[in-house]
Design a protein around this ligand. Structure first.
Ligand SMILES: Nc1nc2c(c(=O)[nH]1)N[C@H]1C(S)=C(S)[C@@H](COP(=O)(O)O)O[C@H]1N2
Ligand SMILES: [Mo]
Length: 519
């Protein structure tokens, strides 16, 4: 009787709980926990959400910090705004955003494959009918369920075939509305993707709107998961739990089987929590190992996807004068006297004596004043800066292409990377040793891009101190951390592995980020 009822409602396919469904659901549960927790790590590094690309403090629609930000550039930096969460809460916790981002990328890949298998099998087996509504009656029926729940009652068991209308509608939303939205907005977090496909970004209005939608998707998942888990234990548990765990029709379950099913369910959930926390503590035990290992796992995928994308913000006129941000966040303050007496001495004389050194593995090093750089060429790029913390800002940058500067020197054949060193120091080192001059390395393709420039001007003025004066790098396919401010020298080097801690730059060495910086 029960089976016939099910078959009638499902076009001939019995809507039960096949093994593949249970397995993909369990993997999804594990991955969602890791995604949400690593997402929180990322949010903590800039706990504000906006509908506009300027990220002007005060224009957030929601924030998770009480800090008031001064809009005098440099008074309160994006770094001062970072929060540290406990490893019990986020993945990995302790303000390790580089590792949080590494986990988020890795788990996204696993979650996508798992989701693809699930949706494919859903359609291949005819099980899609369990969550895809086929009649408009779903809405009045779901409303009926809502009113029953609202009266603190539970719809009778006959309604669950295997799900009731409200459940079906929720699951459809989770799988076919929210998940695609998360997949669609995720890549927009990448500056390369954003700079290459500005038209696509506009479908979501702008980059920060996409980030906010991604955040709201997380909030929905969180709310859904809590209600979902609670209802599993409240709504006909004696039937549903056994049906779901053992794939036995609810009217054929013995008391012993029910106990077995509940035990399995609880063990599975406890196992999930243990895995989530273990990932945090394992990651923090040896951050450098975690960095190279977890980023390394997605490296093959990134290398033939995002790493091939070049920003075309300028060519595609993604932004105009009208889009320039009234306030642009500052990340690090200018070099102190202790960090660089040279920069401070140059600054006193308005940088008239400043010379950029271009050397390293070259036949004949050269040095250039700002005026000599200006004579080499002038690019005026209105572009959006994206910090991996999450904030953006649009400005007009004036400078010369790095490749035009590099053309002045003859590199040696063994030179494979370009290293850019700052007068300023990296704010902190990951192992607490004294700070060192900030540096970042670019591979040849990054260095030769159209939008990779050495900028001396910002918004029609000489580059202000806080934004990197007298000269800074702009590399708009990449996250902000590649864009060295207060540039002292540019050098051809053999391999970044031989510089600093060998990870490719200061933010890679001390912030546990990854070299390619496009994601
Ligand atoms: N010398 C130096 N350059 C640096 C940094 C730094 O700490 N020191 N921070 C980087 C990071 S992470 C970002 S997001 C941008 C911020 O640039 P802005 O302060 O002009 O907005 O500068 C980059 N360049
Ligand atoms: Mo950044």
């Amino acid at each position: 009787m029960h089976t016939t009822l099910l078959m009638m409602s499902s076009g001939g396919v019995e809507l039960d709980f096949p093994a593949w469904l249970r397995i993909t659901h369990f993997i999804n549960f594990l991955m969602m926990g890791l995604l949400i927790r690593s997402g929180w790590e990322i949010i903590a590094s800039h706990p504000r959400f906006y509908w506009n690309n300027h990220c002007t403090p005060g224009s957030e629609w929601i924030k998770f910090t009480k800090d008031k930000v001064s809009t005098v550039p440099g008074e309160f930096t994006a770094r001062d705004d970072q929060r540290s969460l406990s490893p019990l809460i986020s993945l990995p916790g302790n303000a390790k955003i580089g590792l949080g981002r590494a986990w988020h990328a890795l788990v996204t890949c696993i979650w996508l494959v798992n989701g693809f298998v699930y949706v494919t099998l859903l359609f291949a087996t005819g099980q899609w009918r369990r969550i895809v509504p086929t009649s408009w009656d779903i809405f009045p029926e779901a409303w009926e369920s809502i009113t029953i729940y609202a009266g603190l009652q539970i719809p009778s068991i006959e309604h669950f075939q295997p799900y009731d209308a409200l459940q079906k509608l929720m699951y459809f939303t989770v799988v076919f509305i929210v998940a695609p939205l998360m997949i669609a907005t995720g890549p927009i977090m990448s500056p390369a993707f954003c700079g290459r496909f500005p038209g696509y970004v506009k479908l979501f209005r702008n980059r920060q709107t996409a980030r906010s939608i991604h955040f709201l998707g997380m909030a929905f998942y969180l709310f859904f998961s809590l209600v979902h888990v609670a209802l599993v234990f409240v709504v006909h548990p004696q039937y549903n739990i056994a049906h779901m765990m053992l794939n036995k029709p609810y009217n054929e379950v013995s008391a012993a089987e029910f106990a077995q099913a509940v035990t399995m369910l609880i063990l599975g959930m406890v196992g999930g929590v243990v895995l989530w926390l273990a990932a945090s503590y394992w990651s923090l035990r040896n951050p450098r190992f975690t960095q190279t290992f977890i980023w390394g796992l997605t490296n093959p995928i990134r290398s033939f996807t995002f790493d091939l994308i070049k920003s075309k913000q300028v060519a595609k006129k993604a932004f105009t004068e009208a889009d320039i941000s009234p306030f642009h966040w500052v990340n690090t303050r200018p070099p102190t006297e202790r960090e660089s007496t040279e920069w401070n001495r140059l600054k006193e004389q308005n940088f008239v004596d400043y010379r950029l050194e271009v050397g390293g593995l070259v036949d004949q090093p050269v040095s250039l004043s700002i005026d000599e750089l200006k004579a080499l060429g002038k690019e005026t790029n209105i572009t959006m800066h994206t910090c991996m913390q999450g904030w953006t800002g649009i400005a007009k940058w004036e400078g010369v292409r790095l490749r035009d500067v590099l053309a002045l020197v003859e590199k040696k054949p063994e030179a494979k990377y370009v290293m850019i060193t700052s007068f300023g120091h990296v704010g902190h080192t990951y192992d607490g040793r004294p700070t060192e001059p900030y540096y970042e390395c670019l591979d040849i393709s990054m260095a030769m891009e159209d939008e990779t420039i050495l900028a001396w001007g910002m918004n029609d003025k000489p580059l202000p101190d806080v934004y990197g004066g007298p000269l800074r790098l702009r590399a708009d396919s990449m996250h902000g951390y590649k864009m060295v401010k207060w540039v002292q020298k540019v050098e051809w080097i053999h391999d970044y592995a031989e510089q600093g801690d060998g990870q490719g730059g200061s933010r890679e060495d001390s912030g546990l980020q990854h070299f390619d910086a496009r994601v």
